[in-house]
Design a protein around this ligand. Structure first.
Ligand SMILES: [Zn+2]
Length: 490
């Protein structure tokens, strides 16, 4: 397993202890990753006695139990059933009981309702729909239906987290809605993750609200997810994150190394996706371009996966991009609605089996069929999702109004924020990392206060602030902005 790469960065840190004002620092010896590449000692500078080397927040017994409930044969059954509808093209028939997107929609809704039955009403299934008029890739008005299962949080019901997977499929010609489009990997696999998470969580009570959604219209232009994201926004639901699963069916595509069977990519968008362009501008101007809410959500997913790695058996490869080159997905609908959102996608896509018409050509088998899906892999991706979803929905909300003082030229850094009104909240924790590191390297718990000054220059590192719950669960980090009274308004 190559997942040791993150933790091993700490091995080169020589002497850092909270409160040790005499911490000494010497040039560390080079260390090397398991593939022999140098780790560059990037975690060893600057020297500091602020905080301690960060230990990923660990899975508690409840989460470990939930993760153990992922069932590979259920994943297989969902992917095979969806594939057997022949096509799930958004424009395909909605009246045929066995073929087309209407049959797939009805099966997913029936399945979701069956999963919700043991919840005694705490998981509510709805099928919100609308008629999409003629538009790009929509030649005639068509009904777009999402299947949405919601478990209201017992602590903060208006704070919500949404996991998505689109259930529509396509062929080479995106307007061909009659031919076979099996869509096993793209994206019955993502729907399987959503449904299996809903099954496992149906009888659980999270602190904040969890929403499990199978959406339509993705291939035609993200219509279903846009409808969902905008509906939640219009209803003033405080959606703090979207985890989108799209093409999560296999890690074993030839000729790539089999180690990819234990890797999932996670795409996190940059500042160009922020809806507040004033904030985007100031983040770029102070070197905050890698600390958008989406990228800090990505770091959070990576961290909780690391803490649950004995159960997930996966590593999360965070990519600083909204998506693959010139591609897109349903997370963008949430980003456009001002929501932090990331996309899970398998590590090396096999384009013979994606958006293809099923056929044999020049001896090569094309088509997105179920024989190319690894159900165990999809189950592992599901575990990563569930570790993130359960952890974030049971952690305190993101800290608010997190700022630092920028008026005075100082080598120390002064932070300010608002204390949230939450019965779950225990206090706050500052995290930091050298600016060239991807993941937080240090944490400094500061307690139930609304400001702190640390002897570490904001010029040399990147800071984040996160909320810590009485249950030990921590929110994603929030990037501090220069005090708007001094620099804004935003
Ligand atoms: Zn897709």
């Amino acid at each position: 397993m190559s997942r040791l790469f993150w933790v091993s960065c700490f091995s080169c840190i020589t002497s850092i202890a909270l409160g040790d004002s005499n911490a000494s620092w010497s040039l560390p010896q080079p260390t090397f990753g398991i593939d022999g590449s140098p780790l560059w000692n990037a975690g060893a500078w600057p020297p500091s006695n602020v905080g301690v080397p960060l230990v990923p927040q660990a899975a508690d017994s409840e989460l470990t139990d939930l993760l153990s409930q992922f069932n590979t044969s259920r994943i297989q059954n969902i992917i095979e059933t969806l594939t057997n509808f022949g096509t799930r093209h958004t424009l395909s028939t909605q009246t045929d009981p066995t073929r087309g997107i209407g049959a797939a929609r009805d099966w997913i809704a029936k399945e979701m309702r069956a999963l919700a039955a043991p919840s005694n009403g705490s998981m509510v299934v709805t099928t919100p729909s609308y008629i999409q008029p003629v538009a790009d890739r929509i030649p005639f008005p068509v009904n777009i239906t999402n299947i949405v299962a919601t478990i209201k949080g017992y602590g903060e019901p208006n704070r919500a987290y949404v996991v998505t997977g689109h259930y529509d499929s396509r062929r080479l010609d995106v307007m061909n809605y009659t031919g076979d489009a099996p869509g096993s990997d793209d994206n019955a696999s993502g729907v399987a993750v959503v449904l299996e998470m809903a099954r496992i969580c149906a009888t659980k009570q999270p602190y904040a609200t969890m929403i499990f959604a199978a959406v339509a219209g993705e291939e035609q232009n993200l219509y279903g997810s846009n409808f969902l994201a905008q509906s939640l926004k219009n209803a003033s639901v405080d959606v703090e994150a979207n985890l989108n699963n799209d093409i999560v069916g296999t890690g074993s595509n030839e000729p790539y190394d089999p180690v990819n069977e234990h890797t999932i990519r996670l795409f996190g968008a940059g500042t160009n996706y922020l809806t507040n362009t004033s904030i985007a501008d100031v983040m770029i101007s102070i070197g905050g371009e890698n600390d958008t809410p989406a990228r800090n959500l990505g770091r959070f997913v990576q961290e909780v996966n690391e803490g649950a790695v004995a159960s997930t058996d996966m590593q999360v490869a965070l990519v600083y991009r909204a998506d693959r080159f010139f591609r897109g997905g349903d997370h963008e609908s949430f980003l456009s609605a001002g929501v932090s959102a990331v996309r899970f996608t398998e590590p090396n896509e096999d384009f013979r089996h994606q958006h293809q018409d099923p056929r044999v050509q020049d001896g090569t088998l094309y088509g997105d069929d179920m024989q190319f899906v690894d159900y165990d892999y999809t189950a592992r991706v599901g575990r990563v999702n569930l570790a993130a979803m359960w952890s974030i929905a049971n952690a305190p909300a993101l800290p608010t109004d997190v700022t630092f003082d920028v008026i005075d030229l100082l080598n120390e850094t002064q932070f300010y924020w608002q204390i949230q009104n939450s019965s779950l909240l225990q206090g706050y924790e500052l995290v930091w990392r050298p600016s060239s590191q991807q993941q937080w390297t240090h944490s400094y718990y500061v307690g139930m206060v609304d400001q702190v000054t640390v002897n570490l220059s904001k010029d040399n590192v990147v800071f984040g602030l996160r909320a810590v719950g009485k249950n030990g669960k921590k929110s994603p980090a929030v990037f501090p902005l220069p005090d708007p009274a001094e620099y804004g308004p935003y």
